[in-house]
Design a protein around this ligand. Structure first.
Ligand SMILES: C[S@@+](CC[C@H](N)C(=O)[O-])C[C@H]1O[C@@H](n2cnc3c(N)ncnc32)[C@H](O)[C@@H]1O
Length: 227
């Protein structure tokens, strides 16, 4: 994913914005104050800003594959979360709209457990099965999104799962072009592999959407505690 190219991310990322806010609301039902917090895949800082607004955080560390402006002023670790060494003794590891890219997710779940202190919380929102089906049912391309039960199963091996929720956000567009621009600007671009956008495939996509330009973002939210 070339997220560093998603310049207008904040403007187009309605689903991701909704997911970040929903995630923090869920975290708040368990705890509102944290010591050391580590965010995985902060991107332009959509979730970061909600965390800072709504939770009491003593120290926040940010991670992403790429450097971004929000990282200025915070401790940050740039690199692949599957490769870098996270700090230890964390109270909260949090992430939104990132874990669908992580494969295998189980390895990361284990690494997060090692980084958390006893009683620490891992909380995330990720795209799950059925996301962007409107598009992938035609292109036959896209990420192999995990089912909510698979996600819960992975984390229940290492954590006590405190909450697992699923919820869907539907983005509506006025045209196919608007829909495709939104995907590109949020870096979610599911069009890859052998599917090529050209005059013929665009006409095929137009017929497929048949005037209903919608995309479903099926999110799984999970809050888990290290026992
Ligand atoms: C869709 S954006 C979400 C950004 C932000 N969390 C939000 O809620 O808007 C996904 C982010 O995950 C980052 N990312 C993807 N894979 C990653 C990895 N293996 N390690 C660290 N960051 C990763 C991308 O660079 C991108 O910034």
């Amino acid at each position: 994913m070339r997220f560093e190219n998603a310049r207008n991310y904040d403007e187009f990322a309605q689903a991701q914005n909704w997911a970040a806010k929903s995630l923090v609301s869920l975290i708040e039902t368990f705890r509102g104050e944290f010591g050391l917090v580590y965010e995985i895949g902060c991107g332009s800082g959509l979730l970061t800003k909600v965390l800072l607004e709504r939770l009491e955080i003593e120290h926040l560390s940010l991670n992403d594959l790429y450097e971004s402006q929000i990282m200025n002023g915070f401790h940050s670790q740039i690199g692949d979360i599957c490769q870098i060494e996270m700090p230890k003794g964390l109270d909260l590891v949090v992430s939104s709209s990132v874990f669908q890219w992580i494969d295998p997710l189980e390895v990361l779940a284990f690494r997060i457990k090692q980084a958390l202190k006893k009683g620490g919380i891992c909380a995330f929102a990720m795209l799950s099965k059925g996301s962007l089906n409107e598009l992938s049912s035609y292109t036959k391309q896209g990420l192999n999104y995990l089912a909510p039960e698979q996600i819960e199963h992975i984390f229940s091996k290492y954590f006590d799962v405190l909450a697992m929720r699923t919820s869907s956000y539907t983005s509506q567009f006025n045209s196919l072009k608007e829909l495709l621009v939104s995907l590109k600007e949020t870096g979610v671009n599911n069009i890859k592999g052998s599917f090529v956008l050209n005059k013929t495939s665009l006409a095929g996509l137009e017929a497929h959407f048949n005037g209903a330009y919608e995309l479903s973002y099926n999110y799984t939210f999970l809050v888990a505690q290290k026992g």
